[in-house]
Structures are given as structure tokens and as C-alpha cells.
Design a protein around this ligand. Structure first.
Ligand SMILES: Nc1ncnc2c1ncn2[C@@H]1O[C@H](COP(=O)(O)OP(=O)(O)OP(=O)(O)O)[C@@H](O)[C@H]1O
Length: 544
């Protein structure tokens, strides 16, 4: 497709949303006893997916991708917010209305091994949704050029939907019948007659083929559609390879002709050689049936290849969302940048700097206040007066604060928390050891320069660790140490927040438009007063 055409089709796509998500939250364990916090798996997201578009959803493990995908197809109940599907909020549907809508939105799971019932044949697996939904419903549309009132007798249900299973056209030479392509039924299986009056017409319909037979025929067609063979109908999942099993999962998802499909890591469990084939199949199916996809993935190169736009998720929030190529080439959000910088650069002469994120994301039970990424952000805004503190000392402050922040884990000792956060195997005996670990200048770490720690007093060890830390920082770190030694951990944390905190840890950011194509980024750095990023990370925002 030429560049121009691509742009044009994408512009058309974004003006016609099929799925429109507003303020969506999905929390788990909301009825927690003893005041325990819910898991805020999805914590207020807004985005839309255009008809025919593939939106990628990426982010570290546990950031809420699967929960978001499952909430969109109503396999999880939204705690708050709405999911508009063709303009209708599906979070409020229940009973038969919900069942009817489920046909339109399906999901393909990551692991075809565990998502397919091993005791059912492949045919039964694909047929199951058809049975559950009593497919086909034999909806009948009547096209009468004289536009008289129409009634139906015999088989079928009258509809004015242009996607009716059977269309009867009333004509001077008698009625003619057309069946929809997805119904594997010959027109000759429908016996139709009409009784016409001046202002009304009655259509009598008799269908001579059983639903069971049609379902079997539909399954055979679906097998072929996904690149399997008719004779696979009676085989069991264990007789197939991983790629074939995923094709079965895809056929099952397509059985009811959905408009929207959540693909939850559809190729992650497959051999690399098979991945491309399944991805090609998904692309072909999208084109053939006009499908809209939410494509959840870990593998960013796959996302870059297959998605029109990408949403980057962190701790239940969408940090950045926009057109794929633009976002990959020039990420605007510090988290997107960090995530992308972890991909090995194909061009060895490329100069962009890698950002290694420390530790793992915070728990969604206890997310940070302010920006969700604030505890790990490489370009977090500093408060006035500390702009010149060197990176190493500032990183020490952030680490110390993070160790103390995790109130949820208060039962876990400071030593253990430090160990988990820093990913170090060596233990920490006390706060002095922690301060030593996080603040000791790198130039002083070789053992030859220092007497062994056990030969030094605590004062000497702290002196060595904080020797390069500027006095305006050091005063506060010493106060923190005193508070921790007095068992006043939460006060120590409070002190760090008050002295070294900034807007990033205090207020949630806004979503800022960061490109002409409408890409959005959730970061305080886009506010005019904070636009000047620190020189060390200047390249993050100076990339065009
Ligand atoms: N049924 C559940 N009950 C309680 N917590 C849950 C449940 N399902 C998921 N979670 C939690 O919600 C958070 C988001 O999980 P989710 O599976 O949506 O993330 P993810 O980004 O899809 O992760 P992965 O990439 O590993 O699949 C995690 O902290 C997870 O432990």
C-alpha cells in the first residue's frame, strides 16, 4: 500500500470508532476485608478503536493488558466507566441483551493448549458457540418494492437488518430468495410463497435443512477459512501442533461472525517459525471480514508489524497512544521511551541512549500517587533547588524513597524490601547498609580504596557513603536515618516526599496531544512549565 493510501485509510478509520472506552476501571478484590486495597488492574483509561483498525496494547507483565481486553468483551465486569460499542454502552447489558451482543465481540487466548477443551473434538470446539447461540437464527428480511406492511409465517424471524440470514424479494414473477454468504445453505432449501393484498404481504417460509447440519457445514467452512482441513473435524486438540491449535481457537472466535476480536498474545506461545503464518492469517481474516482487533502483545516487533496504532500501558493507565510508526520512531512518553529502548537497536551506529528501568512496577494494590510511572521515571521532575544534584545521588534518593514507600509491604523488613527492589542477592543488615548501597559513589566501591565495612563505625560508613552528596540533600538523609533508627519509618518516608517530591509524585498528569496526528501522552513533562527536561535525558524529548 502506498504511503498516501495508508494515511488516507487510517484517517478514515479514526473517524469511525467501533469501540469507544471512557474512564474505564476494572478492580479486583473490591470486597476486601480488613480495609485491604483492591487490585487496580485497569485504573481509568480512555481510547477508541476505529472500525477495521488494529490497536496494539503493550506494557510490562501485570500492567493490566489482559484485564482491559477481557473487560472490553465483558468477560470481566467494569468497576467504573463505559465501553461504547457502536455507540451503545455494553457494560450495562445483561441477560439476553448481553448474550446477543457477545456474538459481536470475541477473544482469542494466548495459550491454545489450555484454552481448548481437550476432551472435545476440534469440530465440537468450534461448533460450541454456534450451539450456545442457537445459530443460525434464520432472520428474514423482506424486500417489497411496493413497501407494503409485511408479516412472516412458518420458519424464521422477521428483521429489518440488512445482514439478514435470508432475504426474500417480492416480485411480479413471485418471490425470490437469497441467503447470506456465511450461511452454508443453498437457496433451494428455502421454500417460500407470498399472499399479497393491497396494503400488506404475508411471506410463508419453510426451511428444509436442519440447524445441526448447517452448523456442521459452517464448522467445515471455518476449518478451511483458518487453513485447516475438513477431515480435522473429528480430531482432538492434542493431535495438533501449537500453530494448528491456535488456528482452531481463531476459527472458534470467528464462528459467530464477530465485528471485534481481542487477540490476547495470540502468537506468544508459538514457535517463531509459526508465528508469522498465524499473523498473516489474522491479517487476511481482518481484510476479508472487516474485523477490528485489539492486539495484546509483549513482542514489540510483532506489534510494529501488525498494528495501525499502539497503546502503551503501565500500572492500569495508558501512558501513550498513537500511530505505530510515529510512536516507535519518536516516543514522547518517558515510559514508552524506556520500553522501546530495551529493544536491541538494529543500527549499531544509532545514538539513542538505553534506559534501564530499575526493579519492577509497583503493586497495582498500592500504586504511587501522582503519575503511575513516577517511582521509576528517568526524567522525573525535580523540585526547585535540587536541579544540580548529580544523577547518582538523585537515584539514591529515589531508591530510598521507593524502599520506604511500599506501605503494603510494611510487614516485610527494610532489608528484604531493599533487596527485592534492587534485585540484589547480597543482604542489607540495617539502614546504614541500605544508605551505603544506594549512595556510595561508584568511584569508591572498589574494596581496595576502603577499609572493610566491619572495621568501620556506622558514622564512618555513612560519611564515606554520603561524601559526594551535597549538603542540602545530606541533611535530610541524615534526618531520615535517625527516624528509621527510631522506628518511625512512615515519618521518614513523609520527610523524603516533602523534601524531594515534585508534581510527578503529587498530581496525576493530564493527557497531552503530542503530535499532529493526535498522539496522546500522559506525562507532566508536556506542560509548558516543565518542558525543559534535564540535560542528561534531553534526548528523550529531542528526537525529531
Ligand atoms: N482474577 C484476578 N484477581 C485478582 N487480581 C488479578 C486477577 N487477574 C489479574 N489480576 C491482577 O491484575 C493485574 C493486571 O493483570 P493482567 O493479567 O491484566 O496484566 P497483563 O498486563 O495482562 O499481564 P501479562 O502480560 O503477564 O499477561 C496484576 O497485578 C494481576 O495480578
Amino acid at each position: 500500500m502506498s504511503e498516501e493510501l495508508l494515511t488516507e485509510s487510517r484517517q478514515t478509520a479514526t473517524t469511525d470508532p467501533l469501540v469507544d472506552v471512557n474512564g474505564l476501571k476494572t478492580y479486583y478484590d473490591t470486597g476486601g476485608i480488613l480495609g485491604s486495597q483492591p487490585v487496580k488492574a485497569v485504573d481509568g483509561v480512555d481510547f477508541s478503536i476505529a472500525r477495521g483498525e488494529t490497536l496494539g496494547l503493550v506494557g510490562e507483565s501485570g500492567c493490566g493488558k489482559t484485564t482491559l481486553g477481557r473487560t472490553l468483551v465483558q468477560l470481566e465486569t467494569a468497576t467504573e466507566g463505559e465501553v461504547l460499542f457502536d455507540g451503545r454502552d455494553v457494560t450495562t447489558l445483561s441477560g439476553s441483551e448481553l448474550k446477543k451482543w457477545r456474538r459481536d465481540a470475541q477473544i482469542v487466548f494466548q495459550d491454545p493448549e489450555s484454552s481448548l477443551n481437550s476432551r472435545m473434538t476440534v469440530g465440537e470446539i468450534i461448533r460450541e458457540p454456534l450451539d450456545v447461540h442457537d445459530w443460525p437464527n434464520f432472520t428474514v428480511a423482506v424486500d417489497d418494492p411496493k413497501e407494503r406492511s409485511v408479516s412472516l409465517s412458518g420458519d424464521g424471524t422477521l428483521t429489518d437488518d440488512d445482514q439478514a440470514d435470508i432475504t426474500v424479494t417480492v416480485g411480479d414473477d413471485g418471490p425470490t430468495v437469497a441467503t447470506r454468504e456465511a450461511i452454508p445453505m443453498d437457496e433451494s432449501a428455502v421454500d417460500v410463497s407470498t399472499t399479497e393484498r393491497e396494503s400488506s404481504v404475508t411471506v410463508s417460509l419453510s426451511i428444509s435443512v436442519s440447524s445441526a447440519r448447517l452448523r456442521r457445514a459452517r464448522v467445515r467452512e471455518l476449518l478451511e477459512t483458518v487453513g485447516l482441513q475438513e477431515e480435522h473435524y473429528y480430531r482432538y486438540p492434542h493431535q495438533f501442533s501449537g500453530g494448528q491449535r491456535q488456528r482452531v481457537g481463531i476459527a472458534r472466535a470467528l464462528a459467530l461472525e464477530p465485528e471485534f476480536v481481542v487477540l490476547d498474545e495470540p502468537v506468544s506461545a508459538l514457535d517463531v517459525s509459526v508465528q508469522a503464518k498465524v499473523l498473516n492469517l489474522l491479517e487476511d481474516l481482518q481484510e476479508r471480514f472487516g474485523l477490528t482487533y485489539l492486539f495484546i502483545a509483549h513482542d514489540l516487533s510483532v506489534v510494529r508489524h501488525i498494528c495501525d496504532r499502539v497503546a502503551v500501558m503501565y500500572l492500569g493507565h495508558i501512558m501513550e497512544i498513537g500511530e505505530t510508526e510515529e510512536l516507535f520512531r519518536n516516543p514522547k512518553n518517558p515510559y514508552t521511551y524506556s520500553l522501546l529502548s530495551a529493544i536491541p537497536e538494529p543500527d549499531p551506529t544509532a545514538t539513542s541512549e538505553r534506559v534501564t528501568l530499575r526493579g519492577t512496577p509497583p503493586s497495582p494494590r498500592n500504586p504511587p500517587s501522582g503519575c503511575p510511572f513516577s517511582t521509576r521515571c528517568p526524567v522525573k521532575i525535580r523540585p526547585d533547588g535540587f536541579e544540580d544534584v548529580d544523577e547518582h545521588a538523585w537515584e539514591g534518593i529515589e531508591l530510598l524513597r521507593d524502599i520506604l514507600r511500599n506501605r503494603e509491604q510494611r510487614s516485610v523488613g527494610i532489608r528484604e524490601r531493599a533487596k527485592r527492589l534492587l534485585g540484589l542477592e547480597t543482604g542489607f543488615d540495617d539502614i546504614v547498609s541500605v544508605v551505603e548501597e544506594v549512595f556510595t559513589p561508584e568511584s569508591k566501591t572498589p574494596e581496595t580504596e576502603q577499609p572493610a565495612a566491619e572495621e568501620m563505625s556506622d558514622e564512618e560508613r555513612l560519611e564515606a557513603a554520603l561524601s559526594d552528596v551535597p549538603s542540602n540533600v545530606r541533611t535530610h538523609i541524615e534526618a531520615v536515618i535517625e527516624l528509621i533508627e527510631a522506628d518511625e519509618e512512615s515519618q521518614a518516608h513523609q520527610l523524603l516526599v516533602e523534601e524531594f517530591g515534585s508534581v510527578c509524585g503529587q498530581e496525576p498528569p493530564e493527557h497531552h496531544s503530542v503530535s499532529e496526528t493526535g498522539r496522546m501522552s500522559y506525562c507532566h513533562r508536556h506542560c509548558s512549565e516543565h518542558e525543559e527536561p534535564e540535560p542528561v535525558f534531553g534526548h528523550l524529548f529531542d528526537h525529531d
